[in-house]
Design a protein around this ligand. Sequence first.
Ligand code: DGP
Length: 117
Amino acid sequence: MCIFCKIINKEIPNNTVLENEHFLAFHDLYPKAPIHILIIPKLHVDCFQDVSPQTMAGLTSFAQEVATKVGVDQTGYRLITNNGEDGAQEVKHLHFHMLGGGHIAWDHSHEDNHKNI
Ligand code: DGP
């Protein structure tokens, strides 16, 4: 079982922000912004490339609720998912990072200084 499934099953503790039948939002263990929340579907899917439009439809309104709950709905935030090896995805359970609480720098460049992309 993957680490996020263990969090969903409460085998590993987490700092929950919001939860419903299908989704869970909790604070990232290694925050990269004043507000750094992870948003995950409870049904295991490895990555964005494998997720259904139906799951994404529910995730959209859930993420909007999370933004309101943590108070970044008006100030703004970045919502990103790392997909696969080149996307630097470490945990193989689809998750979206919600980053906010201050201006977020744009530094997701290619390691070779984005010469070729
Ligand atoms: P990614 O590189 O996109 O796969 O990001 C994985 C994120 O998951 C990373 O920011 C750290 C976070 N993380 C890993 N293990 C745990 C955990 O056990 N608890 C929490 N809250 N976050 C975790």
